[in-house]
Design a protein. Structure first.
Length: 133
């Protein structure tokens, strides 16, 4: 029985000393192994981002504004952004799969709107911003 206990103590001592050198890491820093840098986005991926929608227009009728724009090849949906200052989207920032959007209950402007297309490659640039009342 005593012999068995001695063997267990010896095994613990051996394991403990084997681990102690690696627990705190190496005392001598090593340089990382050089790797080949990954290439940037391929031109194919960059070219599949949709273009900016063209010809954004708005028609006004009794508190409703109807927006239309040209379809963009490869677009999955469009985001229309409307704000009460140029470049803002603090009033409307929503998406649609259509090339039209209606905003009802419109108050007193001026307002600013723009639209951009999106697909699996990412979001395209904004359309030209329009101002309206």
């Amino acid at each position: 029985m005593m012999r068995s206990g001695f063997g267990l103590a010896l095994a613990v001592a051996v394991l403990g000393s084997a681990c102690s050198g690696s627990e705190g890491g190496s005392s001598t820093p090593t340089s990382p192994t050089p790797t080949t840098s990954a290439p940037g986005p391929s031109p194919t991926n960059q070219s599949c981002v949709p273009a900016a929608p063209g010809d954004l227009r708005v028609a006004a009728t009794d508190g409703t504004r109807a927006f239309t724009w040209n379809a963009v090849s490869g677009a999955q949906d469009y985001f229309i952004q409307i704000g009460n200052a140029s470049g803002q989207s603090n009033l409307i920032n929503t998406n649609t799969t259509q090339t039209t959007y209606s905003w009802t209950g419109v108050g007193v402007g001026p307002f600013y709107a723009r639209v951009y297309a999106r697909n699996s490659c990412g979001s395209g640039p904004n359309s030209t911003e329009i101002s309206f009342n």
